[in-house]
Design a protein around this ligand. Structure first.
Ligand SMILES: Cc1cc2nc3c(=O)[nH]c(=O)nc-3n(C[C@H](O)[C@H](O)[C@H](O)COP(=O)(O)O)c2cc1C
Length: 184
């Protein structure tokens, strides 16, 4: 027997990202789970309007998206617990910059994208930033044959239902391939 839970969003888990901004001249990082993929280099980031980060993004039209590895969980959770309006989060991570101004990236994160904001969806309680990646920087150790290897990145995932972080499991099948073994 199925139980109807009402309009529960059952899409979790989503990858955790750390969005880097400059707000009033100061570097700030925020933990974000509500992200989406629109096409190969266009993404959406849904951020509550109350957050300090939004101000910097609206002013600068740039931000960074950093994928922390699972051993960065304490710092990642911390920047999702406290606001840059109250606490200086600029030193939680060592930062570096690429081509774009005001898109600080995290040195220790295995993968970082510097992004330009191309549009903002004005929802009642959220700004949904539509962004395009300009450059993606990777630690060489997380590449296999020049491509990002998630087994080496060790990203972490957010589970809203149980309020937990999950680690990545094992790859178990090849996409656009395993389906060929289908028989009715
Ligand atoms: C695991 C986790 C996921 C989060 N995901 C989101 C999210 O997708 N969107 C959002 O607006 N806030 C999200 N938050 C909340 C913000 O990270 C948090 O309120 C942060 O302190 C705001 O920082 P700021 O005021 O410096 O911008 C999340 C927090 C945690 C711990």
């Amino acid at each position: 027997m199925k139980k109807n839970l009402g309009p529960v969003n059952a899409l979790y888990p989503t990858p955790i990202v750390l969005v880097g901004t400059v707000v009033d001249g100061k570097i700030n990082y925020i933990n974000i789970a509500h992200i989406g993929i629109i096409d190969m280099n266009t993404m959406s980031i849904s951020m509550g309007k109350i957050h300090h980060s939004n101000k910097g993004i609206k002013e600068n039209k740039t931000l960074s998206i950093n994928l922390p590895s699972d051993d960065m969980v304490v710092e990642a959770d911390y920047v999702g617990l406290v606001s840059g309006a109250m606490v200086d989060k600029s030193q939680v991570f060592e930062s570096f910059f690429g081509e774009l101004k005001n898109a600080p990236m995290i040195k220790n994160a295995p993968v970082s994208m510097e992004c330009e904001v191309i549009d903002i969806l004005n929802m009642p309680n959220h700004d949904v930033f539509l962004v395009k990646a300009k450059n993606t920087y990777c630690n060489e150790e997380v590449l296999t044959d020049g491509r990002i290897d998630l087994a080496k990145v060790k990203p972490m995932f957010f589970d809203m239902h149980q309020r937990k972080y999950w680690k990545l499991g094992e790859a178990f099948a090849k996409c656009w391939s395993i389906g060929r073994s289908y028989t009715k």
